[in-house]
Design a protein around this ligand. Structure first.
Ligand code: BTN
Length: 246
């Protein structure tokens, strides 16, 4: 069991609309870096304006971070957060082989979607809100997610690990602090290498879809800016934002 990391505050709420919305309300009021966790969210949101199902027992938390260093590294916190999730999940299950990371920032368990991350800038201070949802106890039904999306899974149903939200948050916060220190100190290189070593479908043909385009190609790498690099029939393409389908 990890200790709570120094330099990070924490707020635990019974119920809230969305921990990311709460982060936006508090970003210019509260100081420093702090986690907001809620036992229940009534209007949780996912990437690209989608709703996020949030039954009780699942982790719903947002970290308000005020990153130092070059602004081009800010968005790379999604890689830091995915790696921290991976570390925390391995800490509570002892099963490194069961988890993988899906670009840009999902965590898969036995190939199913276990966790998602929603990164936003909030407040006049342009703080970073890193919202994290983990299906610790319950996964939404396949019918509740987008067609073609990876099947949703829960930690307890796939591994038998029955982990409560506060225990998991402590592991996640500790892991995040370590990974964040690495990014802030050494830049994206080591984070990128660690992420690629855990990447799902590296070297395989995948599809990257935006509202207006679809690109099919071999997943070659993630570049130094965090872009997805696909080798396609037209050559190499570097993609900054998209949904990936297998
Ligand atoms: O679409 C995704 O995969 C991202 C899901 C992010 C959900 C989390 S739950 C905690 C935080 N609060 C929100 O409203 N969303 C994020």
């Amino acid at each position: 069991m990890s200790d709570w990391p120094k330099g990070y505050g924490v707020i635990i709420l019974d119920t809230v609309d969305s921990t990311n919305a709460e982060a936006a309300r508090r970003a210019d009021v509260d100081q420093g870096a702090f986690w907001i966790m809620a036992h229940e969210q009534t209007a949780a949101r996912g990437r690209r304006g989608r709703a996020w199902a949030n039954p009780k027992g699942n982790l719903a938390a947002t970290l308000v971070l005020r990153p130092v260093g070059p602004p081009q590294l800010f968005a790379l916190r999604s890689f830091v957060a995915s790696l921290a999730l991976y570390d925390a999940l391995v800490a509570v299950t002892g099963r490194p082989e069961a988890f993988s990371l899906k670009w840009p920032n999902d965590v898969l368990l036995n190939g199913g979607k276990l966790a998602g991350i929603l990164l936003e800038t909030v407040g006049r201070s342009q703080a970073l809100a890193i919202g994290i949802g983990v299906n610790l106890q319950n996964a939404p039904h396949q019918a509740e997610v987008e067609e073609g999306a990876v099947r949703p899974v829960s930690l307890v149903s796939e591994t038998g690990a029955d982990v409560d939200t506060e225990t998991f948050l402590t592991e996640l916060a500790a892991a995040f602090a370590v990974r964040e220190h690495s990014l802030a100190t050494y830049g994206f290189g080591p984070t990128r290498e660690a992420w690629l070593a855990r990447a799902a479908r590296l070297g395989e043909v995948i599809t990257a879809r935006t509202v207006t385009s679809e690109t099919v190609g071999t997943f070659e790498t993630v570049d130094a800016s965090g872009n997805l690099v696909l080798k396609t029939s037209k050559g190499r393409e570097s993609i900054a934002a998209a949904d990936v389908f297998f």
